[in-house]
Design a protein. Structure first.
Length: 660
C-alpha cells in the first residue's frame, strides 16, 4: 500500500530540470521546454519577482497574481475559501499550474489548482505564460501555464523568518534555512497561517476559519562537472471551515458546521547530463503528486444535527525523458538552433469514499476507484535567426487509455525591429483538455452523476503583440490582442427537466474568447517604480439553458480588469512603501434557486476595487518591521454570488533575514 506521505523519487522538472540558482528576471523556464531569454518569447509572458511579492507583502500567491494581465481571480469568501484563477476568459481547470516544474493541478476535485492553499513566503518568482501551451505541457495547459518557483540557497549560509498578526485573529509566520557549497545546495522552509476568518453568508454570525501548514525542501547537487541532480519535496496541510447552502428557502450560504481537511504533496527528483561541450543535454526524472480532501458537512434539512462524510484523493505519477540537441554554435546574443525531443508518461488515479445513500428505496454507492494513463511525445524546434529574430515550432502527440489520441501544435515568433526599441511577438496554437474524473465518474447523492462518455475539449488560439521601450529602457509597454475558440466545451452542471438530475455534457457550438492585454512598467528613478495593467476579455458561449441561439457571457469573467502598483523607497532604501490597486468590473454569475435548483437564473456581480497599502522599515541590516492594510477602502464585494468576502483588515509584523 502506498504511504500517505510520498517517498522521494526522481522527477523531471519540465521547466529546466536542474538549476543551481533561480533564473534571472530576464529568463523564462516555462515558455519553452528549455530555459531561454525572455526577449526570445513569442508567447505573452509575465514574471512576478520575489522583490515584488515582498514589497506588496502578499500573504498568498493569488493576491500577487491580481497584478498580472490576462488573469481574473475569484475567491468564494475569506482566506482559505476556494480560489479560482482564470486566464483569458477560459475555465480555471484550463490553466496548468507547476510548482518547480511539478504538475500541481488537483485531480481530486476538478483539475483546478487549489490556490487557496499556496502561501507566498518561500516563493522566488512566478512565471505566467498565456495562450495554448498543450503542445509543450499537455492537457491542463489549454489556456496557458503558471509556474511557481520556490527559493533556493545562493549563499554559504542564509536564514530568515517572519511573523505577523492582525485582523480576524490572524497569525502568519514562517522560517527558512539555506546552505550552499561549491557542489551542493539545500533550502528548507516551513510556514503556518491561522485565522478565524469572516462570515461567508450574508446573514448570521459564524466566522469561517482557515489553518495551513506548509513544508518545502529544494536541493541540488553537482555529482560531476557534467552530471547534476535535483530534489524537491513540498507538503501542505489545511483545514477550511465553510458554510452550507439553504436548499429550502434562499438557495444562498447559511451558517453551518462544515469543514474540509486538505493535503497536497509534491515530490520531484531528477538528473541532468551535459555532453559534447553542452551541445547535447539529457534529462530524466520521476514525479509524484497527491491531493486529498476529507469533508464533513452538516445536513441542514435534518431535525437534529446530522453530518455527512466524504473524501476524494487524486494521485499523479509522471515519468519523463527529454533530450536537447544544439544544432548550431551560438553565443549570448544568438544561442543557435535547438531541437528538443521528449517523452512524458503519466498515470492518474482517483479515489472517492462516502456513505451509501438510499433515495426512495434505491441505494447509491459513491465509493469507487478509477485510473487513466497517457503517453505524450513532444518535439520542439527553436531557431535564432540572428540576435533579433526567434522562431519556434512545437508538436505533441498524446496516446490516451480512455480517449482518442490527440495532436496539438504551437508556433511562436519574436522580431526586434532593427534600429528601434520595438519588438513584435505572436503565437498560434491548439490546446485540449481531457474531462476530469469528477465530470466522468463523480457522484454526489441527489445532486450530480458523472458522465463517462465525455470527450476532451479542444481549442485554437492566437495572439499578436508589440513591445516598446522608451526613456532609455526605463519604460516598457506591451499591448497584445488575443483570440481563442473552444469546441466541445464541458458543461459540468447540466440539469434538464423533467427530473432535473444534474450531470456533465459536451455542449454544441463554440465558446469564443477574445480581448486585449496591456502592461506598462516605468522606473522613474532607481527608488520609484510604477507598474500598470489593463485587460479587456470577452468570453461568450451558446446558452445551454434556453433554446435561444444567441451567445451569453460566461460566468465570473470580468469584461474589464486592471491594476496599478506604485513602489517608492526612501532613506537609502531603509523605508519602502507600496500601494497596489486592483479593479474588477461587473460580472455575471448563475444562481440556482430552490427547491429544484433549475433552471439557473442570471445575476450580476458588482464591480469593485481592492486597495492594499504596505510599508516596511529596516531597523538593522537583518531586521525589518512590516505593516499592511488590505481592502483599505472597505469594499463590499462578492466574487461568487452570495459568498461574502472580508472587509478592511490591518496587519503588523517583523521580518528577519541573514545572507540575502
Amino acid at each position: 500500500m502506498r504511504t500517505r506521505i510520498l517517498i522521494c523519487g526522481l522527477l523531471l522538472n519540465p521547466a529546466g530540470l536542474v538549476q543551481a540558482a533561480p533564473p534571472s528576471d530576464s529568463m523564462t523556464v516555462t515558455a519553452y521546454r528549455t530555459a531561454q531569454q525572455l526577449r526570445s518569447s513569442g508567447s505573452a509572458v509575465s514574471v512576478v519577482s520575489r522583490s515584488q511579492i515582498e514589497n506588496r507583502q502578499s500573504m498568498v500567491i493569488a493576491d500577487a497574481l491580481r497584478s498580472v494581465a490576462g488573469l481574473s481571480i475569484a475567491r468564494s469568501g475569506p482566506l482559505g475559501a476556494q480560489t479560482q484563477v482564470r486566464m483569458r476568459g477560459a475555465e480555471a481547470n484550463h490553466v496548468l499550474v507547476l510548482i518547480d516544474g511539478v504538475q500541481a493541478n488537483d485531480l481530486a476535485t476538478s483539475d483546478e489548482f487549489s490556490f487557496e492553499h499556496l502561501g507566498a513566503f518561500d516563493i522566488e518568482r512566478i512565471e505566467v505564460v498565456r495562450g495554448p501551451q498543450s503542445a509543450l505541457w499537455g492537457s491542463d495547459a489549454l489556456a496557458g501555464a503558471i509556474n511557481v518557483i520556490t527559493r533556493t540557497a545562493e549563499q554559504p549560509l542564509e536564514a530568515g523568518g517572519f511573523l505577523e498578526g492582525g485582523s480576524f485573529s490572524t497569525v502568519n509566520g514562517g522560517g527558512r534555512l539555506g546552505l550552499r557549497s561549491e557542489r551542493a545546495a539545500v533550502m528548507l522552509s516551513a510556514s503556518g497561517l491561522d485565522t478565524d476568518g469572516s462570515n461567508v453568508s450574508r446573514e448570521g454570525t459564524e466566522d469561517d476559519g482557515f489553518r495551513n501548514t506548509t513544508f518545502n525542501l529544494n536541493a541540488d547537487f553537482a555529482a560531476t562537472p557534467t552530471l547534476a541532480l535535483s530534489l524537491l519535496g513540498r507538503h501542505s496541510d489545511s483545514t477550511v471551515e465553510f458554510d452550507g447552502i439553504d436548499a429550502v428557502v434562499g438557495g444562498l450560504p447559511t451558517d453551518a458546521d462544515n469543514e474540509t481537511d486538505a493535503s497536497q504533496s509534491y515530490i520531484r527528483g531528477g538528473a541532468r547530463l551535459d555532453l559534447l561541450e553542452d551541445r547535447w543535454t539529457q534529462q530524466v526524472g520521476y514525479a509524484l503528486t497527491r491531493t486529498e480532501t476529507d469533508t464533513v458537512t452538516e445536513d441542514l434539512s435534518a431535525p437534529d444535527p446530522d453530518f455527512d462524510r466524504a473524501s476524494v484523493r487524486g494521485d499523479r505519477y509522471a515519468l519523463s525523458y527529454q533530450s536537447d540537441f544544439r544544432l548550431t554554435a551560438g553565443d549570448d546574443t544568438t544561442p543557435g538552433h535547438l531541437l528538443t525531443l521528449a517523452i512524458d508518461h503519466e498515470r492518474q488515479e482517483f479515489r472517492q469514499r462516502g456513505e451509501v445513500y438510499d433515495f426512495f428505496g434505491t441505494p447509491y454507492d459513491p465509493n469507487q476507484d478509477q485510473a487513466v494513463h497517457n503517453t505524450g511525445y513532444v518535439a520542439e524546434y527553436l531557431a535564432w535567426l540572428g540576435p533579433d529574430v526567434v522562431l519556434s515550432a512545437s508538436a505533441r502527440h498524446d496516446d490516451y487509455s480512455d480517449f482518442d489520441d490527440a495532436n496539438t501544435w504551437r508556433t511562436t515568433a519574436s522580431w526586434k525591429l532593427p534600429a528601434t526599441d520595438s519588438r513584435l511577438h505572436g503565437s498560434l496554437g491548439t490546446g485540449q483538455k481531457t474531462p476530469t474524473f469528477v465530470e466522468r465518474f463523480g457522484f454526489y447523492p441527489n445532486q450530480f452523476t458523472g458522465n463517462p462518455d465525455l470527450e476532451p475539449e479542444k481549442s485554437t488560439g492566437w495572439d499578436i503583440g508589440v513591445e516598446q521601450r522608451w526613456l532609455g529602457g526605463r519604460m516598457l509597454a506591451d499591448a497584445t490582442y488575443f483570440r481563442a475558440d473552444l469546441e466541445d466545451e464541458i458543461n459540468g452542471l447540466y440539469c434538464p427537466p423533467p427530473t432535473f438530475g444534474c450531470t456533465a455534457i459536451n455542449q454544441d457550438g463554440e465558446s469564443r474568447r477574445r480581448g486585449v492585454e496591456v502592461t506598462v512598467d516605468l522606473s522613474l528613478t532607481d527608488d520609484y517604480t510604477i507598474n500598470a495593467t489593463y485587460t479587456y476579455s470577452d468570453s461568450r458561449a451558446d446558452d445551454p439553458n434556453t433554446a435561444d441561439t444567441g451567445r451569453v457571457r460566461e460566468v465570473r469573467r470580468p469584461l474589464h480588469s486592471g491594476s496599478v502598483n506604485l513602489n517608492r523607497s526612501w532613506l537609502d532604501r531603509r523605508l519602502n512603501v507600496n500601494l497596489a490597486a486592483a479593479y474588477t468590473s461587473d460580472r455575471e454569475d448563475d444562481f440556482f434557486p430552490p427547491p429544484f435548483f433549475y433552471p439557473a437564473e442570471r445575476v450580476t456581480l458588482d464591480s469593485y476595487m481592492l486597495l492594499t497599502l504596505a510599508a516596511r522599515y529596516r531597523l538593522t541590516e537583518t531586521v525589518e518591521i512590516l505593516g499592511r492594510a488590505e481592502n483599505a477602502l472597505d469594499a463590499d464585494y462578492e466574487d461568487v454570488y452570495g459568498f461574502a468576502t472580508p472587509g478592511a483588515a490591518a496587519y503588523l509584523g517583523l521580518r528577519v533575514s541573514m545572507g540575502r
